[in-house]
Design a protein around this ligand. Structure first.
Ligand code: ADP
Length: 191
């Protein structure tokens, strides 16, 4: 199974690129944001708990997130590939991912950081907020999520750099351009 980690700030285009990769390669697109919002929609006890964090723009606590992810991974273990979108978001999640993949005889085959400047990110997220009905796409929450990204999520870059697994593409031109660069990286995965 091929494991791809899509990394990037909120609004960088992980979701868009994840869907395109899934379509081209027949991999499963595992968006933790989508997964969490689905649970909230179900109205389960867990969903209610999750909503407390998401709607404020806070991260779901590591322990809760990791146990949800572990269960999901069990379901998808026979897929051709998995694209992680939105996970890991903290160093401890990155460590956790390495551990559970290893337990299943797997490893990250490609980590890609999708880079975009903050002003572009803010513009995109505000635009998305006017179209989507996501409770977390409001101006204040967007700024908070970008702050949390800088503090909690960005340090993961060093974690992957130290282990020689870091790759990046810039997401400033078109969706197609970014996709082409990612495909280029996928085609060079050593199996
Ligand atoms: P974005 O990348 O635009 O922030 P997502 O759909 O990836 O959107 O995530 C939405 C929200 O879901 C996050 O702000 C956070 O509250 C929660 N979330 C998603 N993934 C994680 C994660 N790995 N750890 C903790 N919380 C998460």
């Amino acid at each position: 199974m091929t494991i791809i980690v899509l990394f990037g700030a909120p609004g960088s285009g992980k979701g868009t690129q994840g869907a395109l990769i899934a379509e081209k390669y027949g991999f499963l697109h595992l968006s933790t944001g989508l997964m969490l919002r689905d649970e909230v929609k179900k109205g389960s006890e867990l969903g209610k708990e999750i909503d407390k964090y998401i709607s404020k723009g806070d991260l779901v606590p590591n322990e809760m997130m990791c146990s949800i992810l572990k269960e999901e991974l069990n379901i998808y273990i026979n897929e051709k590939g998995i694209i992680f979108d939105g996970f890991p978001r903290t160093i401890s999640q990155a460590e956790f991912l390495d551990i559970i993949l290893k337990e299943n005889g797997l490893k990250i085959d490609l980590m890609v950081d999708i880079q975009a400047d903050e002003d572009i990110l803010i513009k995109r997220l505000i635009k998305r907020g006017t179209m989507s009905h996501r409770s977390d796409d409001t101006h204040d929450t967007i700024l908070k999520r970008l702050k949390i990204y800088e503090k909690e999520t960005k340090p993961i870059i060093d974690y992957y750099k130290k282990t020689n697994r870091y790759n990046s593409v810039v997401s400033i031109n078109s969706i197609e351009d970014t996709f082409e660069n990612i495909v280029n990286l996928i085609e060079h995965i050593e199996m």
